[in-house]
Design a protein around this ligand. Structure first.
Ligand SMILES: [Zn+2]
Ligand SMILES: [Zn+2]
Length: 154
């Protein structure tokens, strides 16, 4: 395989970096540049991270989804894997929602993704102010403190 111009550049840069007399010089140059041009530095950093996220959009999304699925499974298991409304028989993970016991207004106004909410719950050690409700009980609960059928078979 022949080396492309870009690969040759990278190789030369790597060889330069590996030379003992050049140790720390690159970092020093970067630090000096950063100190002299803080705004330019910041703009270039942002551009680089934007380029990265554009190039890896699908992979980033897949990773985020996998994380959300994993965290959700953890949360559902920790809260008992079934609708917590007394008398409700739903225990299918697919039908369960994570409900904030004292009303979801807080999480609805903060623009957190479900993944971030799951992560916060796991990190907080599954606090008692969250519970599992099935979609129906959650909907029926709405902004009341509980599902109107709580205590009845449903
Ligand atoms: Zn239910
Ligand atoms: Zn219910």
């Amino acid at each position: 395989m022949t080396e492309t111009a870009r690969e040759a550049n990278c190789r030369r840069a790597r060889e330069w970096r590996e030379k003992p007399e050049n140790q720390g010089r690159e970092a020093a140059t970067k630090a000096a540049y950063k100190a002299a041009n803080p705004e330019l530095w910041q703009a270039q950093r942002s551009a680089a991270s934007l380029r990265y996220s554009e190039k890896n959009r699908q992979a980033i999304r897949d990773r985020a989804n996998a994380t959300r699925v994993r965290l959700r499974a953890q949360v559902i298991e920790a809260y008992g894997g079934r609708c917590s409304c007394p008398g409700c028989h739903v225990h299918h993970a697919e039908l369960l929602t994570v409900d904030h016991v004292k009303g979801g207004a807080h999480h609805r106004t903060t623009r957190k993704s479900t993944r971030e909410i799951y992560r916060a719950i796991v990190k907080a050690g599954f606090p008692a102010d969250f519970q599992l409700l099935c979609g129906s009980c959650n909907l029926a609960k709405s902004d009341r403190d509980k599902c109107p059928l709580a205590g009845e078979d449903h």
